[in-house]
Design a protein around this ligand. Structure first.
Ligand code: KG4
Ligand code: ZN
Length: 325
């Protein structure tokens, strides 16, 4: 079954066609990064306006790239939350409109669940149970995936999300927006020579990154930082160190068969490499383009929802603070 996926939760307008939840027929993403970069972060009103301008051409491109017509589709999957309300509305409304006009079923997808399902698009064999680390701009969640749509939240951030920490650190160091890729780039020519704190929160699978951010702020405001590259490398190492060790520990404790990585921060090559090296269990990581926001992951997740008989009606609404469990 071919599913059209639609994603407009944040600052990417995306549409994709995926077959049987595993095969990408098309994957179109219109990024708003350049527009928001002027403001140093995402401006919600600008984001929703941009989605309304881009969504139709992006869907048309996804259909054309896949070489399909409406008659070839079995359903539509759309992100219903979490995310920015005004942005989510664009996707949800167009999914309903197409569903109604073309007589296609539609299903609302949890964006975080979508990130997990990016792992189904890699061609790798998957075996439950797995422990998945979801690290994005808004979340740092450690999740036990027992089966399709069967999740146990093992840990989450108590303050900043990992991506948020990257973005704030980048701003502090004057490296620009979006912060994750900027820190990664700067870190490549730096040494992780500055000692920075790690919050282990012993006995818990939760995370905390605000202490690290404050330590960096004190350095910048105090003696100053001799090299932004060294600071970026030290910061990246501190974040990745905690993410990797806590993920491996959770995977062992819950006897997972695989470790999955998901979300925008999973595009970070130092994190990808460190987790693969540290884990005694097989680690699956989607290619970077499927880690950051995209609609193929939404279509993949939607396919498994259709398989389980979960469809929505015209009264489906956006849920900006939707949780995974
Ligand atoms: O999943 P995502 O694309 O959007 C949300 O759902 O939030 O994640 C965006 C986050 C941003 O905070 C961005 O700085 C971070 O992912 N990110 C990275 C990298 N690429 C994106 N963080 C570290 N290294 C990267 N290469
Ligand atoms: Zn995301």
């Amino acid at each position: 079954m071919k599913v059209l996926g639609i994603e407009t939760s944040c600052d990417e307008t995306a549409a994709a066609v995926v077959e049987d939840g595993r095969k990408i027929l098309s994957n179109q993403i219109a990024s708003q990064v350049d527009i928001h970069a002027r403001y140093g972060g995402i401006v919600p009103e600008v984001a929703s306006r941009q989605h309304t301008l881009s969504i139709v051409p992006v869907i048309e491109r996804a259909m054309a790239q896949a070489g399909v017509t409406w008659n070839d589709l079995g359903g539509i999957a759309v992100t219903m939350g979490p995310g920015l309300a005004g942005s989510l509305l664009t996707g949800v409304n167009i999914a309903k409109a197409i569903g109604l006009a073309r007589g296609l079923p539609f299903t609302g997808v949890n964006h975080l669940e979508g990130h997990i399902y990016a792992n189904w698009l890699t061609g790798a064999e998957l075996s439950f149970p797995m422990v998945c680390l979801i690290v994005s701009g808004g979340h740092s969640d450690l999740v036990l995936v027992r089966g399709h749509r069967e999740y146990v939240l093992l840990g989450q951030t108590r303050d900043d999300a990992a991506g948020e920490a990257f973005d704030k650190a980048s701003r502090l160091l004057g490296l620009g927006y979006p912060g994750g890729p900027a820190i990664e780039r700067a870190a490549r020519s730096g040494n992780a020579s500055i000692p920075l704190p790690r919050a282990w929160l012993k006995g818990s699978h939760d995370f905390s990154f605000s202490g690290l951010k404050t330590a960096l702020l004190r350095l910048v405001e105090g003696d100053g930082i001799p090299s932004p590259q060294d600071a970026a490398a030290s910061f990246q190492e501190a974040v990745v160190d905690v993410l990797v060790k806590k993920t491996v520990a959770a995977a062992q404790e819950y006897r997972a068969r695989q470790v999955l990585l998901a979300g925008g921060v999973a595009a970070n090559s130092y994190l990808r490499q460190s987790l693969s090296e540290a884990s005694p269990l097989p680690v699956l990581v989607p290619p970077p383009i499927l880690c950051t926001d995209n609609a193929a992951m939404i279509a993949a997740c939607g396919y498994f929802q259709f398989e389980a008989g979960k469809t929505d009606n015209l009264d489906m609404d956006v849920i900006p603070n939707l949780r995974l469990v």
